[in-house]
Design a protein around this ligand. Structure first.
Ligand code: FMN
Length: 135
């Protein structure tokens, strides 16, 4: 079973996750303050305020980065060079692969691509291959 830990402020990431769950039956956990993480999994978050990592995601990663296989970020291409850069920042800070970036709540194609990446590249590795940085 694959576990996803996600952060969502305005609901886009939540909707993306819901579609992923519908297709795969994977397990999703919404990030909360001071939460326990017993099972390793993948982080899905968003980018805020000129390329920033959301505070809740930041705090979560400070405590639980050793249990996170990969990071994915939602964003909006209107932000140009800052598109989804929270994903790049988390990946660099914690030396984990950037799995994927998508806009808003993602298209069906994004969802299928994300599932494929997680399933085939990062399903059981703590430190997946960085050359697969296709986002
Ligand atoms: C104040 C604000 C700042 C944002 N800054 C960025 C940004 O720097 N880069 C980016 O790609 N998207 C940015 N976005 C877009 C969000 O990342 C995008 O809407 C995302 O889907 C939000 O996820 P959520 O609905 O799950 O909270 C910003 C959105 C808001 C409201």
């Amino acid at each position: 079973m694959i576990h996803l830990y996600y952060d969502s402020k305005t609901g886009n990431v939540r909707r993306f996750i819901e579609k992923v769950i519908q297709v795969t039956g994977w397990s999703a956990h919404r990030i909360q303050e001071h939460m326990d993480v017993e099972v390793p999994g993948h982080l899905v978050t968003f980018t805020t305020n000129f390329g920033k990592i959301p505070t809740l995601t930041e705090d979560f990663m400070k405590s639980h980065n050793d249990k996170i296989f990969s990071v994915t970020s939602s964003g909006n291409r209107n932000w140009g060079r800052n598109f989804g850069v929270a994903g790049d920042k988390v990946a660099e800070m914690y030396d984990i692969p950037l799995a994927f970036k998508f806009e808003l709540s993602g298209t069906m194609e994004d969802i299928n691509q994300f599932i494929d990446i997680i399933k085939n590249q990062y399903y059981d590795s703590k430190r997946g291959s960085k050359k697969l940085d296709i986002a």
